[in-house]
Every structure is written in structure tokens, then in C-alpha cells.
Design a protein around this ligand. Sequence first.
Ligand code: NDP
Length: 450
Amino acid sequence: MNKKDTGSIREFTEAVARRNPGESEFQQAVEEFAHDVIPYVNTHPEYQDHNLSERLTEPDRVVMFRVTWEDDEGKIRVNRGYRVQHSNAIGPYKGGLRFHPSVSLSVLKFLAFEQTFKNSLTGLPMGGGKGGSDFNPKGKSEREIMRFCQSFMTELYRHIGPHTDVPAGDIGVGGREISYLFGQYKRLVNQFTGVLTGKGLSFGGSAIRVEATGYGTIYFMQDVLRHHGQSIENKTCLVSGSGNVALYATEKLIQHGAKPVTLSDSSGFIHDPDGFDLDKLAWLKDLKEVRKGRISEYAKEYGVEFFAQQRPWSIPCDLAFPCATQNEVNAEQARTLIANGCIGVSEGSNMGSDAGAIAVYRDAKTLYGPAKAANAGGVAVSGLEMTQNSIRMSWTREELNNHLGDIMRGIHERCVEYGTESASYVDYLKGANIAGFKKVADALIAYGAA
Ligand code: NDP
């Protein structure tokens, strides 16, 4: 990188840090983006003089609100709710809701920022947003979760709408929560519209939405491997997490002849050296989706090892799929992965790798699929749910799976177009950043000073 680029990146990221003090996750996401986009803008005069970087790092709007709800003992409890509407330059705001005690303005601003460029990469007309609450669903009863969701929506409903902002699920928000939220929205506005995605199949949901993020992450890695003359078959794979994304990434790996050997939750990871098969996965889905149990129970059931309070990256593998949460792979863990033979990483989780890990992948020329490309399958099928709601029709599982495969292939092609460094190396992060940026930037330029 030349001196001018380094200087302008530093100047820009320092200004963002001054404007957003203490928001470390947001600053991290902006830095990662600036690293690729500022040098691109410096060599493309058509993107200069529009103040695009500053416009794109200031959310259109942030809504913060009190959520009051009653627990089973009749006590009044208070949480904080948020919706960050980052950019509607290319479509209505779109992005998930996260319910987790770690939720903060910084986390949601980073997620909404990333979402804007991810949604752009899908090729569908969706802007970027993200929201949620510091509410912890763990240990709460069904009724408490329902009352929380209803109270959350009682404020959120004024800020969203099928042409304004269409939220979906994320950590702690699955089909059950989306149903409570949708039921309350419908009651408040007296309209049945596609205002949320991830709905149940009998009331406007889309086939394959539950599976889409996990499946898409694997499809992306298959495209990457194919581009480099390899295949996913027989590859030993590490997966972290055991939620929505992790379970369906594991399912797709099994279906395509790979060997996933780990899963985790916030208490530790399990290692099954024989690999999971579809029977074991059915047991795991029941554990996590129905019984809401802990991953350590698998170790007892199948006689494998459980590593308490650890992440799975020390196990030798060919491919790694972080599918739990942000910053779950650091530089040291990235070095361990590569030293143990890992050739590719595809992120199901948002910002799964921290800045140090990304630098290690870049140095080693690891095939690295960043979240905004690799996990875009979920929001892509959400976009297709919006389309089905608008035309009041449902497509079949097969049709949607074909669309998902095509969309992931399109994302891969866009990354290759802007990220190819040499005959044997594609910098997918650079490709995703530039391709995602261009579409949003073109719209902003067309709008003038809007
Ligand atoms: P879930 O809530 O279904 O699962 C999250 C999983 O990650 C759980 O196993 C959870 O363990 C684990 N986890 C959460 N926080 C931590 C932590 N701090 N340390 C270790 N493990 C942790 O969420 P999803 O599967 O939906 O989301 C996972 C990731 O994928 C997130 O980064 C999300 O933003 C991203 N994503 C999700 C999409 C979707 O469609 N759902 C779309 C695109 C991205 P425990 O149960 O113990 O908390």
C-alpha cells in the first residue's frame, strides 16, 4: 500500500473514532472496510468529491428505547431496545434483531454497517439495518419471552414497515421470537404485511430461510474451492457455535461429503473425531432447537471429549467455519489453524475473525470468505421472503435452494472481480468490500446531497 493510502486511511479512521468514542466494534468494522475502499477511491476519481466514506459511516438514524415487561413473579423489568437504520440507499432497511446481554450501540452499529454492504453484494434491493436488546432470553420462561417480545414491538412498530424497514432474526431471535413479534405488530397496525422475515411457513414465511445462512456459508466455500481447483469432499471441518447458522452449516457439510468434527456454545466445544452424521445431527437439533440444552450433553451421549471454556481452533482441520459470534478467532488462533493445515475459512458469524486474524490470513494467503460475502445467504432468502410476500405466492424449497445457490455464486463472482490479486490468490475481503461499496456509492452519487 502506498503512503497516500496509508495516510488517508489513518486520518479517516481517527476521525471516525473521535465521532464514535468507545465504540470499539463499530470502529473495527469501519477500519476493515477503509483498508480496502479508501485505496480504491483514491484511484477512482468518479468516487471522489462526494464525501462517500463519511456519509457511509454515519447511520441514517438510530432509535433507542425502553422496554418494560413483567416477569413470572409479577416484577417489572426494564431493558434497552435499539434499531440502527444504517442506509436505505438501495432498498428498505433490512437486518436482524439480536437479543443478548452483550448487545450495545457499538455492536449494533457495526452489524448495521456490515449489513449495508452485505445486502448490496446479494444483488437484491435491500438497505442495511440492525437492532435488538440487551435482554437475555436464557433461563426465561416462554411467557416471559412472549411478554418481552410484545413490549419490544410496542415501541419498534412505529419505526418499521414493509417499505421502510424489515427486521429478521439473529442471535437469540429465532422462529419463536419472530412469531411473537409479528403477532404483536399485526395487532398494533391491523395489517398483515411482510414486515418481518423468518416467519413461520403457515403465515408468510419462506421455505429454506432457517437453513439459508448455514447452507450459504458452505456454498460460498464450495465456490471458493472450485475456483482454486479443489472440492469440499472429505475435508475435515471445524464449526463453532451450535445455533441456527452452525447446525445448518454442519448439515450441508455432511450432505456434501465433508467431515465436520466440532461444534460449540458459550460453555465450550465438543470434538467428535469420527465426524457428525445426519443421525447425530438430528440428536443435536433436538438438543438445541427443542430441549434448549448445552453442547456438553453431546459429549456424554456419544462418549467424546468436551473442552470447557475453549474454542475449537486448536483441532487440526482443512477448513474452519466460525458460526457463533464476533471476534471468535484471533491472530494466535488463526496461526494455529494454518499451522495445523487449515487452507480456508468461511464466516457464518458476523466479524467472526478479528483484525489480527485477518492479517494472518492475508499473510498466509488463506482462502478467507468474510462474513459479508459468506453469510449473506440468510438475508438473501429473507429478500426472497419479501418478494414472495409482495406477490402473495410461495416458491418451493427446490426453487429457493436454486436461487440461494445462484446468489452465492454471484457474490463469489463479484468478489473475484474486485479481489483478484494474482492467478492463484483472491483477496475475498477486498473484493467484498469494494463490490459492496460500489453499488451503494453509485446510488448515493445519483441522489446528490441526499
Ligand atoms: P443463535 O443464537 O442461534 O446461536 C448462537 C450460537 O453461538 C450459540 O451456540 C451460542 O451459544 C454461541 N455464542 C453466542 N455468543 C457466544 C460467545 N460470546 N462465545 C461463544 N459462543 C457464543 O445465533 P445464530 O446462529 O443465528 O447466529 C450466529 C452468528 O451468525 C452471529 O454472528 C449472527 O450475527 C450471524 N448471522 C446469523 C444469521 C441468521 O440468519 N441467523 C444471518 C447472518 C449472520 P450459547 O447458546 O451458549 O449462547
